[in-house]
Ligand binder design. Sequence first.
Ligand SMILES: Cc1ncc(COP(=O)(O)O)c(C=O)c1O
Length: 338
Amino acid sequence: MQLHDLPTPALLVERSAFEHNVATMAAARPGVALRPHVKAFKSTALAAELAAAGHRGFCCATAREMVGLAEAGLGDDLLLANELVDPERLGVLAALARDDLARVTVAVDSQATIDAAAVAGIPEVLIDVNVGLPRCGCPPGDAGRLADLARRRGLAVRGVMGYEGHLVGIPERATRESLVAEAMEALVAAHAEVGGEVVSGGGTGTWDCNTWITELQAGSYVLMDTHYGRLDLPFHQGLFLWTTVLSVSDGWAVCDGGLKSLGMDHGDPTIPGADVFFCSDEHITFVPEGHRDTWPRVGDKVRVVPAHIDPTIALHEWLWVVDAEQVLERWPVDLRNW
Ligand SMILES: Cc1ncc(COP(=O)(O)O)c(C=O)c1O
């Protein structure tokens, strides 16, 4: 199939950029030094490519991601890097471990999450430590107590995790590095109280400056977005929304992507050679650079660069893998929902 035959809007994966990103990361963080975060791409087909590159442990945000990976034969070492208290879903995860479909580890940060994991029969946990992001995680000083409690409840404690999500997007490297050092000091101190072999954390923006962790939880690096594109990272943009121009007036042009096909929490997408004016449900209104005669025409195709990879991919059923004008294959986005 040729790219121009694809119905739009469609999400494209540029194969060469994807391969570059996977190889660059694998060279720096081979094997289990990287635990790719599946929430970024939500596809077992893409995860299988990462497993083939040597990364056999995965990080998940939802029970659905854990179950889908296990069913796809990618259950060597699955971490739910998120708190879960739903007894039914915890029971399903425990059954994956019991049936030898996956090694299952769940993040806990309170007595309630420890109790829920223990009651459900979850075998292993990490103590989730708050390192500054106002989200989940216990205070660093409480990690040792929670680890003791978890062990008393029969859970094996593999170590700690602490995600410095408030720092991964800081564009200035020096600031990013010094704040990550501070955040990781707290995680290392917590780890000394908790024990275990795992110190899990980090993301695409701290892929090379977080040297305190035993495994990096990055996911966005595989295909990137404009938010991370502002940083000095060696990863290439490999994700595009393929759209068709629907209307051109004297002041602007309109294509058929929009709020329903793009994650918008990091702002408008980018169109190279144009200024994006605004997005509505099924439209992007943009002003092309240059003389009006050089503007795209109705029916032309436009590549749009998403601002945030995770919520963009979660809106789509397929990732279309392309090599320039050639469509090579399609990967189902089969790990959506919860
Ligand atoms: C728990 C956790 N770890 C790691 C990441 C890093 O992902 P990214 O590659 O997008 O920086 C995230 C992203 O939000 C996360 O929630």
